[in-house]
Design a protein around this ligand. Structure first.
Ligand SMILES: Cc1ncc(COP(=O)(O)O)c(C=O)c1O
Length: 453
């Protein structure tokens, strides 16, 4: 390594540390001036390059102030998660390693940590010890990965090989899911060739849970898609009765558990996902509640052969007799060695530390809801996990409060439509969030509510 390269890395690390040191004191949403200054990144493609140290200086000077401060405890938008310090540090080191996680022959350390971290995640999530997990870019891709495995396995049981015959003329499959299914699962179904005409939407209750009594008859050509953690309320579908019915019929059950599946890691919250381990496949995010950096998800199949049937490829130059080859379990060939950061967080926290982090976020969400309710807000669904849905009077006032909170800078929370009416959606999914952050966020939201009267 040249001195220049070392200096550059030291400079980057110092700038990253300075950013993190000051992040908690900055407005969560950047100032207009900082956003306007982004024109300092010109459109014109440079004919000639600049020294990397200057490029880094420009990136920090213009880029850092224009970030959304999503990993310092007061950001409550979407379900983004923050970044655990152990993950952040591991990302810096593994960035320098530049390992390709596709195959063991490309990186012994990536292969080892991929296998260990995937196994640790399935254990934390209470999934069968014989299940096989594969890292991928996020829950949308994890949904797609599992749905491809489900599609090919269901058709294989009908005597149809997708590998040989493709999808044209294949026995028709049907999807059964709740009407509150997340859009990413629908996107994944579409990409797998299963459209809305093939999909039966089952009515849901006031918390967004599929109503098991209204399930249509299932059969061995049915893919049931359930949800751990409704994107608005955090409530989960009733896994026990639905999975029992699916088993009986020979249907496949896939669970989208982007964030809600992590309830299983916290003994006090695991009841919200009781029975989820009986499914055939699960998709989850690690960049949400495990607090690793983007992008990181995990697709898990109860039987690893189902993943391999759908995703393994064959070419002389990538032949491998290794037991676990990530590119044969996932859509990507070359891939970031995502297991490294997941391993680092879990190694640093242990089972109890992950449980404590999930539990703490849920406790913060409960307290946030209580503070908002005491201040005059309506809480639109019981808080069971890390999600809070709030309204502030009539719909127009709720919409004004959401816009005001997003401008004010103490926190940032998104809007949604719940049961036909606007609501503010607040999500606690960052390990950095403290009780003081929750107090400050609640006070800021209530102040905006009073001003929006
Ligand atoms: C329930 C649910 N499923 C899937 C997704 C998609 O996850 P990702 O953005 O990682 O693809 C999300 C979040 O965005 C989600 O909340």
């Amino acid at each position: 390594m040249t001195t220049d390269r070392t200096d550059l890395i030291m400079d980057a690390a110092a700038r990253a540390a300075a950013y993190l040191r000051t992040a908690a004191h900055r407005p969560v949403w950047p100032t207009d001036a900082a956003v306007d200054a982004l024109t300092g990144f010109p459109d014109a493609l440079p004919d000639h390059g600049a020294p990397a140290a200057e490029v880094l200086e420009r990136l920090d000077r213009l880029g850092s102030p224009a970030t959304v401060v999503s990993n310092a405890g007061r950001y409550l938008g979407f379900v983004t998660g923050g970044t655990d310090p152990a993950a952040q540090a591991a990302a810096i080191l593994s960035g320098a390693w530049d390992q390709n996680g596709a195959m063991p022959v490309m990186s012994p350390v990536a292969a080892r940590l991929d296998a260990v971290a995937a196994d640790w995640c399935t254990r934390l999530l209470g999934l069968p010890e014989t299940a096989t997990g594969a890292f991928c870019g996020g829950a949308t891709i994890a949904n797609l990965t599992c749905i491809l495995a489900a599609r090919d396995a269901l058709l294989h049981r009908q005597g149809w090989s997708v590998d040989e015959r493709g999808m044209a003329g294949a026995p028709a499959l049907r999807v059964v899911t709740g009407e509150e299914v997340h859009v990413s699962a629908l996107k994944a179904l579409r990409a797998a060739g299963l459209g809305s005409r093939d999909t039966v939407l089952v009515p849901t209750d006031g918390c967004g849970r599929l109503i098991a009594d209204q399930l249509p008859p299932l059969d061995d050509r049915t893919l049931v898609v359930l949800q751990a953690g409704n994107v608005n309320t955090g409530h989960s579908d009733p896994f026990g009765p639905v999975i029992a019915a699916a088993r009986e019929a020979g249907a496949w059950v896939h669970v989208d558990g982007a964030f809600g599946l992590w309830a299983a890691a916290a003994p006090g919250r695991a009841g919200t996902v009781a029975g989820v381990d009986g499914a055939d496949s699960w998709a989850t995010d690690l960049h949400k509640w495990l607090n690793v950096s983007y992008d990181s998800g995990l697709a898990v199949c109860a039987r690893g052969d189902d993943l391999r049937r759908a995703l393994a490829t064959d070419a002389a130059y990538v032949a491998s007799d290794a037991e676990r080859v990530p590119m044969h379990l996932s859509l990507q060939m070359s891939q970031r060695a995502r297991g490294i950061e997941a391993w680092a967080v879990i190694a640093a926290r242990g089972r109890s530390g992950v449980a404590a982090m999930v539990e703490e976020c849920c406790a913060h969400a409960e307290r946030l809801a209580a503070l908002l309710r005491r201040g005059g807000a309506e809480i639109a669904a019981p808080v069971v996990l890390n999600q809070v849905l709030a309204r502030f009077g009539d719909d127009a006032r709720t919409t004004r409060v959401i816009a005001a909170v997003q401008r004010e800078g103490t926190t940032w929370a998104g809007g949604t439509v719940w049961k036909g009416r606007p609501a503010m959606r607040l999500s606690v999914s960052d390990q950095a969030t403290t009780g003081a952050d929750i107090t400050a966020c609640a006070e800021a939201v209530l102040a905006c509510m009073r001003r929006a009267a």
